[in-house]
Ligand binder design. Structure first.
Ligand code: GLA
Length: 392
């Protein structure tokens, strides 16, 4: 069976409930959840005022917690040793690195004046693959921020909450990410994709109710080390290119502008710029095709997106290219409408749009082909657009 089954949110919550009892002998007074995300199209342009089209996936992080009558937060995950965070001192990044997402969010609450917070014990359970480019870190930030809303008796506006979490990632995890992951996890809605205008920071919901189509995620199971450093470099490349084009926002740059500057930008920056401009227009077009009931039109757009990420933006890798090639070999005749790498790149997952009735054959074919070439068994699952972060 190549298609992996998915633990439901209810099952995860029950697990978190039980674990809190086992570790801290307490019943949860709060349960908070937040989904991971997969991006259908619009890659590496959320930090360039572009349009992106992710969805919150039906895989979550759930935190169960109860007050502990102290000035400390004690947290356990299924795999890691307990982390103890003192609420008396200002937070700063330290080991273990995974808990910096929590420290960053605590810091955000302190800065906005929701302080002091009461101490609590918490356990974290998750079925969002870690390091797979499905935003397990955004899900951790958003679920924790939602828990803190509960404990502080404050409700943040979803946008403010997402931005607070993005800031936590910048300052405490050292990743200069855009807004896509946190916005998708905050604004996700069942049966909808989230079209985000990254200039105005306005999300708009695009219906995706159909049972006929499914979104398939294939995890290459590789993550190349250069991911974070190269991410920062790509961001810097786009900033440099924009300055050389003499513009203050990518929203004001057209393909004609790029042609007019041909030769005046270093060749690499010319390619980076071409990716930004073409990807943003592909994304708007994809959202329009979905709105007007023409999902088949997404195939060529997703293929062009992958090519652009591979050749112009250079964030793909051999394993992602292989998985996309296998998908393209299946093609529309085999029920596979389109496929591309998703997320930051250099490993992680591909996303494909498929006819639901052909999912089992598609998954088997991808798994077999990928394993034959790489010796690695990919993790493959279908996902539906889910709701955003919330208290359960
Ligand atoms: C990572 C970042 C996002 C976005 C994607 C690429 O997931 O966190 O902000 O830039 O890469 O689209």
């Amino acid at each position: 069976m190549s298609l992996q089954e998915n633990e439901s949110l209810a099952e995860l919550s029950a697990e978190a409930h039980t674990l809190l009892g086992q570790h801290y002998q307490q019943e949860p007074s709060l349960l908070a959840s937040a989904p991971g995300r997969v991006n259908l199209i619009g890659e590496h342009i959320d930090y360039c005022d572009g349009f992106v089209l992710p969805l919150a996936i039906d895989r979550h992080i759930v935190i169960a917690a109860a007050l502990n009558d102290s000035a400390t937060v004690r947290v356990r995950t299924m795999e890691e040793a307990e982390v103890i965070i003192s609420l008396n001192d200002p937070q700063k990044p330290e080991d273990p690195a995974w808990a910096n997402y929590l420290r960053g969010v605590l810091n955000g609450f302190r800065l906005r004046g929701n302080w002091p917070l009461p101490g609590f014990n918490a356990v974290i359970v998750s079925n969002v693959p870690v390091g797979g480019g499905l935003s397990s870190s955004a899900a951790l930030e958003l679920s924790f921020a939602t828990l803190l809303e509960g404990f502080s008796g404050t409700k943040l506006d979803a946008r403010e909450k997402a931005l607070l979490c993005q800031q936590a990632e910048h300052d405490f995890a050292g990743v200069p990410c855009g807004i896509m992951d946190q916005f998708a996890s905050a604004f996700g809605k069942e049966g909808h994709l989230v079209l985000i205008d990254c200039q105005s920071r306005e999300p708009a919901l695009v219906p995706f109710h159909t049972d006929e189509l499914s979104i398939l995620v294939a995890n290459t199971m590789v993550r190349h080390d250069l991911a974070t450093g190269e991410y920062r470099k790509r961001r810097e490349d786009t900033e440099q290119a924009l300055a050389l084009l003499g513009k203050s926002s990518w929203r004001d740059v057209s393909l004609a502008d790029l042609r007019n500057h041909e030769g005046r930008l270093p060749e690499v920056l010319q390619r980076r710029a071409r990716h930004v401009v073409t990807e943003s227009s592909r994304t708007r077009e994809a959202a329009e095709e979905l709105r007007t009931g023409n999902p088949a039109a997404l195939g060529p757009l997703m293929a062009a997106s992958h090519q652009s990420l591979r050749d112009d933006f250079e964030v793909s890798c051999a394993e992602l290219d292989l998985m996309v090639q296998l998908a393209s070999d299946i093609g529309p005749a085999g029920g596979l409408l389109g496929s591309r790498m998703t997320g930051g790149g250099f490993g992680g997952c591909t996303v494909s749009l498929c006819r639901s009735e052909q999912l089992p054959e598609i998954a088997a074919c991808l798994a077999m082909g990928y394993e034959r070439e790489t010796g690695l068994a990919p993790q493959i699952f279908s996902t539906r657009p889910a709701g955003g972060a919330r208290l359960l």
